[in-house]
Ligand binder design. Structure first.
Ligand SMILES: [Zn+2]
Length: 53
């Protein structure tokens, strides 16, 4: 199930990337396209909230 794509920012390197959203609500683990570190992006109603940790 995909909720489409969204734009979010990596908290490690600050890089902004487009990622597939795979959940409606929760914390989605993403591997940064730039620094390859993992971070958790908060998702609400199938959209990134912009809060990442
Ligand atoms: Zn990064």
């Amino acid at each position: 199930m995909s909720y489409g794509t969204g734009v979010t920012q990596c908290p490690h390197c600050g890089s902004i990337g487009t990622y597939e959203i795979r959940m409606q609500n929760g914390g989605q683990v993403i591997t940064c396209q730039n620094c390859r570190k993992n971070f958790t992006a908060e998702v609400h109603n199938g959209q990134f909230t912009g809060r990442s940790r």
